[in-house]
Each structure stands twice: as structure tokens, then as C-alpha cells.
Design a protein around this ligand. Structure first.
Ligand code: ATP
Length: 256
């Protein structure tokens, strides 16, 4: 029986008088890599931010590791939940090593422990520590900055990592390379639960062991990529997949 890592039970979220999430229920199992796919404004980011307490649900329950979020110390909880966003948010005046070491330092790790961890993480994200540890964020490409963002999110070995469109601003090749690496890191680390938001269908299908398709604050389908592709549960999912075929036809036709 898989262990539930993140559970939403009938969650509702409003902004002002506007309900953007209503009756949202799902369970993500420990160790899964789940992608959340949906069009712009479907509530993906809002859902992710409710997991790490950046936004509060108005109704319903959210459980992380079986414990109600509402009963937990959010600051402590966030240390168990890594967070990677598109804007990366590295501190510009700190080196790569210092950026990765922010939370370990806050937790009073000693210098040797920190150095070892930084080296280990840089290797994990395919950046040679000798070349990159001493650089400043402005001396890195967008893809390299994202790699540092991933390393930083993993610094204190959190059991959960949330990704919010981390590769949205990168070119297609770099993006593909990083998608492969995320998949590999998830496999290598073994027991971590990754929740990855994207509006890119190919990214969602490639990365996710299961894909949660969202539309207007609701789950349309939550299934394996092959199930989603072969048996779309709703007209929305069918249309969404149809856009990929459409695009292929478009660029396919261009080369005819
Ligand atoms: N702070 C806020 N105040 C008011 N409305 C908000 C706020 N944040 C999000 N919304 C609204 O809630 C809805 C869901 O937004 P959300 O950012 O979760 O969507 P999304 O699926 O992540 O979209 P995108 O892919 O464009 O980032 C949108 O209609 C958005 O305008």
C-alpha cells in the first residue's frame, strides 16, 4: 500500500470573492514524481503554494506526511519542502556555494559539513564544483542558474520538492537536458516526492510518473502519462492533447 505524502481533501481557495480552486481532492504518494499540467490560470501555482503554506486554503484539509498543514509550524515545514521557481531567486551578491549554503547555515551546520554538501550537490546537478562554486549568479547561464536553484532546494535533504515552471524561460535544448536530469536526480535520490508544475504537455508527459491535469481549479484527470494519452478522461484533456498533434502537423507541414 503506497504511503500518502501530500493529500488535498475538498480544498477551496478564493481570491477576494473569486473562487479559483473548489472541491480539490487528490493524493500524492511518497516517492512519486507527479507533474501538474494545465492551461494558464487553471490554479497550478495556487495549488503548489498551498502545499508549502505560502497560500492558505479557505476550506478543506491539506495533509503533508499525514499531518494537517493547519496544525504545523509553517517555517519548520518549509525546511522539509524544497522549492524551485522560474525566477530562480539566487542572491546576486553571494557565490554559488554561498547561495546553496543559505539554509544549512541557518541550521548551524559546520563549515566542513557545508562544503561537502555543496560539492555533492553541485556534482548532482552536473556543475563541476571547482569551476562553479566560486562564481556569482551573473556569471552563469539561465540553465546553470536553474541547476543551482535545484541544488539549493535539495540542500538540507528535504523529503519533498516543489517545482513551479522552473524551465519555462529556457531554450528547448537546455530545457530537455534539465528535464532528463530532474528525472535522473529523482531516481538517484530514491525516496523524494517531487511535484512539478508545467503548462508544457511534453514536459508533463515525459517527467511525470503520474500527470495531474487541471482546468479551472479542478482535476480533470490524474493518471499515468500513457493512460492520459490513450484514454483522455474528459473533452478538455482530449483537446489539450490535440494541441500537441496540431503543432506537430503545423511544423511537419512546414517542412513538406
Ligand atoms: N494573489 C492573487 N490575487 C488574485 N487572484 C489571483 C492571485 N493569484 C492567482 N490569482 C488568480 O487565480 C487563478 C489561478 O492562478 P494560478 O497562478 O494558480 O494559475 P496557474 O495555473 O499557475 O497559471 P500560469 O500557468 O499562468 O502560472 C488565476 O485566475 C489568477 O488570476
Amino acid at each position: 500500500m503506497p504511503k500518502a505524502a501530500i493529500q488535498f481533501k475538498n480544498v477551496q481557495k478564493k481570491f477576494g470573492s473569486r473562487t479559483v480552486i473548489s472541491g480539490l481532492s487528490f493524493t500524492i504518494n511518497a516517492g512519486e514524481l507527479v507533474t501538474i499540467l494545465g492551461s494558464s490560470g487553471s490554479g497550478k501555482t495556487t495549488t503548489l503554494k498551498m502545499v508549502n503554506g505560502l497560500l492558505k486554503a479557505d476550506e478543506g484539509q491539506i495533509l503533508v506526511d499525514g499531518k494537517r498543514l493547519a496544525d504545523q509550524d509553517i517555517v519548520r515545514l518549509r525546511r522539509h519542502i524544497g522549492y524551485v521557481v522560474q525566477q530562480v531567486g539566487l542572491f546576486p551578491h553571494m557565490t554559488v556555494a554561498e547561495n546553496i549554503a543559505v539554509v544549512p547555515k541557518m541550521l548551524h551546520w559546520n563549515g566542513k559539513q557545508i562544503k561537502e554538501r555543496v560539492n555533492e550537490l553541485l556534482q548532482l546537478v552536473q556543475l563541476n564544483p571547482a569551476d562553479y562554486a566560486g562564481r556569482y549568479p551573473c556569471q552563469l547561464s539561465g540553465g546553470q542558474q536553474q541547476r543551482v536553484g535545484v541544488a539549493r532546494a535539495l540542500a538540507v535533504n528535504p523529503p519533498y520538492v516543489l517545482f513551479d515552471e522552473p524551465f519555462g524561460a529556457l531554450d528547448a535544448l537546455t530545457r530537455m537536458e534539465l528535464q532528463k536530469e530532474i528525472k535522473q536526480i529523482h531516481q538517484q535520490l530514491g525516496d523524494k516526492t517531487f511535484l512539478f508544475v508545467t503548462h508544457d504537455i511534453n514536459e508533463a508527459l515525459f517527467l511525470g510518473q503520474r500527470v495531474m491535469v487541471m482546468h479551472e481549479g479542478q482535476v480533470e484527470q490524474f493518471a499515468t502519462p500513457s493512460e492520459v494519452v490513450n484514454h483522455p478522461a474528459t473533452a478538455f484533456v482530449r483537446d489539450l492533447l490535440g494541441t500537441v498533434q496540431q503543432n506537430k502537423k503545423l511544423w511537419g507541414g512546414y517542412h513538406d
